[in-house]
Design a protein around this ligand. Structure first.
Ligand code: ATP
Ligand code: ZN
Length: 296
């Protein structure tokens, strides 16, 4: 992989469960990704940024070594890498709100499970041996870890192991294989990570610009702009009801003494129930509009 000195490098999963959402996030932040023939990297046309297309397991190392200044990876992969003795650290900059899953121990439905002690002397198949070992150590349980790189959920049926420790999102795969979760080791989602190696001032500045755009997208995902009218006596109560809003703008309504327009950015989801409560408190002409871009 050749590294171009003046550009930032973001390690992303080449193809897999994180690829689509990672690209969507970057597009949403205004980065135009060139879909070239090169299958190791993709260039961003309108910003000095290159995406390094790699296996997710390699992302923590690339970022720790400073080969890539930033990366997008599941917390599960990051923690498994970090649990290896002597691994260089990376900084978690922001959770990205996709790729949610949890690392769980599961067993065939008929297996009796009465807490971690039930794992003593058992065989557990997993692709996350270090996180599993940490869990077992924490509970003082001795069990045999069977490392598998995929299709872990088949292990009990193949009689390779009595338990598995694997990523679960909806639970449908477990269910389809006659398994039920018994322990949760980790809640995970995709995170943006940054190298702890010092960056040149130019790169640090580019990094800040990239982060500020990404944070802008994350902030707008739930945010809404609310406008409503209200009589003066209801203003205080209404302002307190606006979800996640700081310092709403309050303007007098022309030709309606004692009535005001209230405008606010709400940084949490706005539900119909909220609107109903605002209306009951005296608000009228309530408008909720999406926010396209936001820079804090
Ligand atoms: P690679 O070829 O890059 O090594 P992979 O097969 O290890 O890919 P994927 O299955 O694409 O990885 O999963 C990537 C990440 O997606 C996981 O590490 C995890 O953070 C997240 N993820 C979300 N839901 C799930 C799920 N149900 N099963 C597995 N991973 C999930
Ligand atoms: Zn992987």
């Amino acid at each position: 992989m050749t590294i171009d000195g003046g550009r930032l490098h973001l390690a992303v999963q080449k193809s897999g469960r994180l690829s689509h959402n990672t690209r969507e996030l970057l597009r949403g932040a205004g980065f135009r990704i060139q879909e070239g023939k090169n299958d190791l990297a993709a260039r961003v046309e309108n910003f000095p940024l290159d995406l390094m297309l790699v296996r997710d397991d390699d992302i923590p190392t690339f970022v720790a070594d400073g080969v890539c200044e930033f990366g997008v990876v599941g917390r599960n992969v990051l923690e498994e890498a970090a649990a290896e003795a002597g691994t260089a650290p990376v900084e978690v900059v922001a959770p990205l709100g996709f790729g949610q899953c949890s690392l769980r121990i599961a067993a065939p439905e008929r297996t009796v499970y009465e807490g971690p002690q039930s794992l003593a002397g058992e065989r557990i198949a997993t692709s996350y041996p270090r996180l599993l070992q940490r869990f077992l150590d924490r509970h003082g349980v001795d069990a045999t870890i069977v490392r598998m790189s995929g299709a872990v959920e088949l292990a009990p049926r193949l009689q390779i192991a009595g338990f598995i420790c694997d990523l679960v999102s909806t639970g449908a795969t477990l269910e389809a294989n006659g398994l039920r979760p018994v322990e949760t080791l980790l809640e995970s989602e995709a995170v943006l990570i940054r190298t702890t190696r010092p960056l040149s001032p130019d790169k640090a500045e580019l990094g800040e610009q990239m982060l500020s755009r990404i944070e802008g997208v994350l902030a707008t995902q739930e945010s809404k702009y609310i406008m409503l009218n209200a009589p003066e006596e209801a203003l205080e109560q209404i302002a307190a009801m606006l979800p996640g809003a700081e310092a709403p703008t309050i303007l007098p309504l022309a030709g309606r003494p004692g009535h005001f327009a209230v405008h606010a950015v709400c940084k949490e989801s706005v539900f119909w129930e909220t609107l109903q409560k605002l209306k009951s408190a005296g608000a009228s002409a309530i408008l909720v509009v999406p926010i396209e871009k936001m820079m804090m």
